[in-house]
Design a protein around this ligand. Structure first.
Ligand code: ADP
Length: 199
């Protein structure tokens, strides 16, 4: 596996906008959120393990995971969350590694909102934080998802603080202007990462 960059940021900071830009430059992207959904699709071993651990009620009639029922269950029983994560986290990690190994670009990117909160950052050689003020995060996320400002504030409060993420990240891009300004900053870093991928 070549150089792996971890890309993170709070809700509405511009992670997806940044990862689309890198994708357009031909860089292989693995999105931890997508992987987390893939590993519980019907037929996947993790879904069977969840069914064995919790019971048949975790499945909908069409065989898919009943995410809502499971979410309510682990909300009420904290130890159930642990049991669930013991199944999902190793499966997510294995799939991320497999997909990163398949990337055939000079370097590859792991995009994850929980890069620092989980051990996913250990899979990366460098980390890039996309950062924006809370006001901007709220404004962008509410425009994108139609979620209420209260809901977005709750999500921000549950995420690692901006200050902590800033301390941990190797590189930081402040995404508080136009998209063009974001892309200019990414272009500079992209050139650095290309150099680093050679050494
Ligand atoms: P994240 O993936 O971190 O939650 P997104 O990349 O989806 O955030 O950005 C949130 C919303 O804000 C999206 O609709 C995106 O198109 C928009 N956006 C991101 N950066 C900018 C920017 N610099 N200027 C204007 N809109 C932006």
């Amino acid at each position: 596996m070549g150089l792996v960059l971890g890309l993170t940021g709070g809700i509405g900071s511009g992670k997806s906008a940044a990862s689309h830009w890198f994708e357009q430059q031909g860089i292989g992207i693995v999105d931890a959120d997508i992987v987390a959904r893939e590993i519980v699709q019907p037929g996947q071993p993790a879904l069977q393990q969840i069914q064995h651990a919790f019971g048949d009620w975790v499945l909908l009639d069409n065989g898919e995971l009943d995410r809502r029922a499971l979410r309510e269950h682990i909300f009420q029983q904290p130890q159930a969350r642990k049991a669930l994560e013991q199944i999902t986290h190793p499966a997510i990690r294995a799939s991320i590694i497999e997909q990163l190994q398949q990337a055939d670009s000079p370097y590859a990117i792991l995009v994850s909102p929980l890069l620092f909160e989980t051990n996913q950052h250990k899979l990366t050689a460098r980390t890039l934080l996309i950062d924006a003020s809370e006001d901007i995060q709220i404004q962008r996320a509410s425009q994108r998802d139609g979620q209420s400002i209260e809901q977005i504030k709750q999500i921000i409060a549950a995420q690692m603080s901006r200050a902590d993420k800033q301390k941990r990240a190797d590189d930081i891009v402040i995404n508080d202007g136009h998209l063009e300004h974001l892309y200019q900053q990414l272009e500079k870093l992209h050139q650095q990462y290309l150099q680093q991928s050679l050494s």
